[in-house]
Structures are given as C-alpha cells and as structure tokens.
Ligand binder design. Structure first.
Ligand SMILES: Nc1ncnc2c1ncn2[C@@H]1O[C@H](COP(=O)(O)OP(=O)(O)OP(=O)(O)O)[C@@H](O)[C@H]1O
Ligand SMILES: [Mg+2]
Length: 286
C-alpha cells in the first residue's frame, strides 16, 4: 500500500472505479439514518445512474462519494483508495446549478479549470500558457459554444452556462465524473442537446461516471447500469443493467426501452408511496 493511504477493509476488484461498501449516513443532530447499508460497485469506464424519490438520499450519497461528508459507517474507495476528504484531483463534479464565475468570460472559466488541472501535474509536464488557452478553446468548441468564447457568463443563457460547466468538468484530467442532476435545470430541447454532447465525449473517453437523475428516460438513454434507491432509510432496491445498443436516442429508447421505463417508474412510485415504517407505529386492527 502506498504511503499516506489508510488501510481499508474493502476488497476492491481490479476493474472497480468506485467501491461503496455498507455505507450508512446520518446527519449530525438527527436520530435516523438517511442511507443504510448501501453497497454499489462502479466498473472502470462504466456510466452508472442513480435514481430515487426526492429526499431519498441521492445527493447525500454523492456528497459522501465526493468526500464532502464522512459516512457514519461503511467505506468508499475510488481507484482502490479510501475516500477520506474532498476528492478534488481524483474526480470532477457537475451540479444542477452551475457555479461559474459570472464576471469572467466563458473561455476564462474553462481556462481556470485547465490551469488548475495543469497545476496538479509535475512542473516539467505542464502545458504552456498559450497551450492552456488552446485547450480551453477546444473544450468550448466541443460543447457547441464556438463563437461565444468572450461572452461573460452573465450574458449567456442557462443552457449555455451549463455547456460551459460541462466544458469545465471535461477539462479535469480525471477518470471519474460525479454528476448531480447536471441537466435538470434545462429546457427539454437543450437537455437533449447537452446529453448527446456529453455522451459523444464519454463514448470516446470512457471515463467512469456516476450520474444522479430524477429523469428515468435520461437514465435509460445514458447508462450502462441503473441503481434504484428507495426506502427509509434508503438502500439499493434494484441494480439494473441497461442492455440497449449504443448510440441511443429518443426514438430507440421509445421503441426498445419502454418496458424498462415502466419497470423503474413503478419501483419509484412504490418507493415514494411506502409509509415510513421506521417512525410510524401503526396499530393493525384485530
Ligand atoms: N444538512 C442536512 N441536515 C439534516 N438532514 C438533511 C440535510 N440535508 C439533507 N437532509 C435530509 O436527508 C434526506 C435526503 O436528502 P437528499 O438531499 O440526499 O435527497 P435527494 O435524493 O438528493 O433529493 P432530491 O431528489 O430532492 O434532490 C432528506 O430527508 C433531507 O431532509
Ligand atoms: Mg438531490
């Protein structure tokens, strides 16, 4: 084991990008677990979605994976190393509401991410200033924003901002991308465009992705596997491989994915209806 890495009990498989073992989480000052006994394994290069009812613990789980919060029990390993603090440099993040610098240009925001990435490398292998700008320009073009490099963020639409956020996420030279409803705040048309752009990059690079989404259609369109979280406290209630051929689009999903859609939808429906058995003591009539 390399220096500075605490021993962990988790046996990590060779092709496992993320190993989550028996994770439970309880917010400080509360008396019930939000998550309990969650075990998920993400293979290298796999695009895994997590769906579940609102308030079901998805963001909590992602925050644990990102190292923003420490699990109450259980373990998370990324590339075989225990997560003990924020995993910046090991994973890139993208959230529903972007956190771009509003007064900077689109290019400036992406450039900042490229600079950060370069700073994490040994000095001798770093890109020069002009190479950094070139790389940022290429990323802007990749997400369909060529011509908007010099627009300030506050001058861009919500969809364009999300594209900048995506370019910034893709700038990070890491093998794991963690996304929490990244396309959730977009109108339907923009969402489809950005989903497709993300997928075309992913199909070339095959980074490991954990995508949290409310949108079952999006999960089916994008994922190799879908985890359904449910119950209180939340646990994994289904782990479903999506066998549909790629590339996929709305038409192929509609034709071949409708059974899967109904299956997942009814699980979510049942999960959100179920009474909270841990806190309600219902006396059954004799
Ligand atoms: N800081 C906090 N302190 C106490 N409880 C919290 C805190 N943050 C979230 N919770 C609770 O944890 C549970 C799970 O919240 P979480 O945000 O993880 O759900 P979610 O699945 O991401 O929901 P959504 O789909 O609406 O984003 C909720 O019951 C919520 O009230
Ligand atoms: Mg959430």
């Amino acid at each position: 084991m390399s220096m500075g890495v605490r021993a962990h009990e988790t046996a990590v498989l060779a092709d496992e990008a993320v190993a989550i073992r028996r994770l439970s989480y309880r917010y400080p000052g509360t008396d019930t677990n939000v998550l309990e006994g969650v075990s998920i394994s993400v293979k290298r290069g796999e695009l895994l979605s997590i769906v579940g009812p609102s308030g079901g613990g998805k963001t909590t789980l992602l925050n644990c994976i990102a190292g923003f919060m420490q699990p109450s029990s259980g373990e998370i390993c990324i590339d075989g190393k225990l997560v003990e603090g924020v995993v910046a440099g090991r994973a890139a993040f993208m959230f529903a509401r972007d956190t771009l610098l509003p007064w900077r240009s689109a290019l400036g925001n992406v450039e900042l991410a490229v600079r950060l990435r370069e700073r994490l490398k040994p000095r001798s292998t770093r890109l020069t200033g002009s190479q950094i700008v070139g790389d940022a320009r290429a990323l802007i073009a990749r997400v369909g924003l060529k011509g908007y490099e010099d627009y300030r963020i506050e001058e861009l639409s919500q969809g364009m901002r999300q594209r900048v956020a995506l370019a910034r996420t893709l700038a990070m030279d890491v093998s794991l991308i963690l996304m929490d409803e990244p396309f959730g705040a977009l109108d339907a048309q923009t969402r489809v465009a950005i989903q497709n752009e993300f997928l075309s990059v992913w199909e070339k690079q095959r980074r490991s992705v954990i995508l949290i989404t409310h949108d079952v259609g999006e999960a089916i369109l994008m994922s190799d596997r879908i985890i359904v979280l449910g119950g209180r406290p939340a646990g994994v209630i289904a782990d479903i491989e999506v066998k549909l051929a790629r590339p996929r689009n709305a038409a192929t999903i509609h034709a071949d994915g409708s059974e899967l859609f109904t299956e997942i939808w009814s699980m979510l429906d049942a999960a959100s209806r179920k009474p909270d058995l841990s806190t309600t003591n219902v006396e059954l009539p004799k």
